[in-house]
Design a protein around this ligand. Structure first.
Ligand code: TYD
Ligand code: MG
Length: 472
């Protein structure tokens, strides 16, 4: 039989080349291309006769399908993100940076199910049994009847799990450590990860067990290796958090059985991950009251309102091209808001560096944050603190008009609940709502808000200058 030529596969994006090269043309990464033996994963060679196909019945699109049976994990924030629990026979990929808390979350979920009398299995390919036990002990979960193994061969895992009662949950930590006999490449390579995942996915579909695969992400935020698994699994969840913060956010990136806009919020404590039922309180807990450059945004994440502080710093630059840096928000939206401020509101920012940060490590995706961002920016530029009891939301159009956004009543209710007394919102939303205890300050065009903020600035700006002089 003719020897198949070697193939070179990019370990970042999975592109295949006939020869080695330093840079992947497909994703632009350097030194990610490695030789892999693809022979074993390519279907019948010239020597083998093609298999005669088996006939199957075709089904109409309309018809009765039983509602996907779900199994609630018992961790409400987790269930919120999956859309109500683990679906039988489904495969879930949980990605995140090393050390973010994936293993902690999943051992907690496995223990919670096991305690509820469901068979749950935790397979660690990264840690020894003793290490997993140590963590479980620290979390106070030692008594939960989770079945534990430290294994990396998917054939062995499937053979073991196929015996006895089908588990309801199987956690595989992590997919990068798994390997299959069917492929010759080293564990962690694209073809190994893909083939190992295929074996586990087939097992899930056949047995009806819910399988969770853990995947580590690379520096650019993509799930390495598992990126090629993303399209094979039913749901992809990403576990995120900023290093120094104790908050952890679980977000659905893809979900065949539920929403993708819900987030689950956790706090890393000495006793593992604790659910945060009211994230607004947490995100506002370390607020610098009355500092210029901060505005509270009344946002919505999925079905839940979420108040979060947006912080801006606008400072004179010494660079030819001023810096624009943003953490937790879309850089192109920041550019847009800056352009509108320059073009329609008479705010000169070309000589200033601009930094924008969403407090607490949260990532905001709503355009409704435009107004809060603009308020924070102008507040910083004019050194005018915004009223500490006000929330802001509204989308800013390129013409400088403040446009209405969805879910106004929900945003206002949350603001009122957390003790805010004033809401700055789009003019068009005025008639829509009436939240007792909240003073509404509608704005029609962004220029009006800028004028408002700047007029507060002249006073307090002088105040700050006086204070400094006294200090000196
Ligand atoms: P881990 O779940 O091992 O992360 P991953 O599997 O994503 O790599 O979590 C490791 C971090 O979590 C580690 O830095 C310590 C911290 N941690 C706590 O703060 N409290 C705890 O109870 C546990 C178990 C871990
Ligand atoms: Mg881990």
């Amino acid at each position: 039989m003719a020897r198949r030529p070697p193939s070179f596969v990019c370990q970042n994006c999975g592109a295949v080349y006939g020869r080695w090269q330093g840079k992947c043309d497909s994703c632009g990464e350097w030194n990610t291309i490695a030789e892999e033996n693809a022979a074993a994963i390519i279907a019948p060679g010239p020597g083998r006769p093609p298999r005669k196909g088996r006939k199957f019945a075709l089904e109409p699109l309309a018809g009765e399908s039983p509602e996907a049976p779900r199994l609630a994990s018992g961790i409400a924030e987790f269930d919120r993100v999956t859309g109500g629990g683990f679906v039988r026979g489904s495969v879930l990929l949980v990605g995140g940076d090393p050390g973010i808390g994936k293993s902690t979350l999943l051992i907690q979920a496995a223990a919670s199910l096991a305690r509820a009398g469901q068979r749950s299995v935790y397979i660690s390919g990264e840690e020894a049994i003793a290490q997993v036990r140590l963590r479980a002990g620290r979390l106070g979960l030692s008594a939960a009847p989770v079945e534990l193994a430290a294994e990396t061969s998917v054939e062995d895992i499937v053979a073991t799990l196929s015996e006895g009662k089908t588990p309801r949950l199987v956690v595989v930590d992590s997919i990068q450590t798994m390997w299959t006999d069917a492929v010759e490449s080293a564990p962690g390579t694209v073809s190994q990860v893909r083939s190992a995942a295929q074996v586990l996915i087939r097992y899930a579909k056949r047995s009806g067990a819910a399988v969770i695969l853990v995947g580590h992400v690379t520096k650019d935020g993509q799930i390495a290796g598992p990126r090629v698994v993303e399209h094979m699994v039913d749901a992809v969840l990403s576990f995120e958090g900023e290093g120094p913060h104790q908050f952890r956010i679980l977000r659905a990136i893809k979900n065949r059985f539920g929403p993708t806009d819900e987030i689950g919020v956790f706090e890393m404590t000495g006793a593992g991950l604790a659910e945060v039922a009211n994230p607004s309180e947490l995100f506002l807990s370390e607020r610098d009251l009355g500092t210029p450059g901060t505005a509270v945004f009344a946002g919505i994440e999925g079905t839940r309102p979420l108040l979060v502080e947006m912080q801006a710093l606008v400072a004179p630059t010494s660079l030819g091209t001023p810096r624009r840096a943003v953490v937790g928000w879309d850089p192109s939206r920041l550019s847009m808001v800056l352009a509108v401020l320059e073009a329609h509101c008479g705010v000169r920012l070309s000589g200033h560096d601009v930094y924008l940060n969403v407090a607490g490590g949260l990532r905001i995706q709503e355009p409704a944050a435009d107004l809060a961002a603009a308020a924070a920016l102008v507040s910083s530029l004019t050194n005018a603190p915004l009223p500490p009891d006000a929330v802001y939301f509204g989308e800013v159009s390129l013409s400088g008009v403040v446009r209405p956004v969805g879910q106004t009543p929900l945003r206002l209710k949350e603001a009122q609940k957390l003790g805010f007394t004033r809401a700055v919102l789009p003019e068009a939303a005025r008639g829509e709502v009436n939240e007792p205890g909240l003073t509404l300050a509608p704005v029609g065009i962004l220029a009006n808000l800028v004028a408002d903020v700047a007029s507060r600035g002249s006073e307090s700006g002088r105040g700050v200058a006086k204070l400094r002089r006294q200090d000196g």
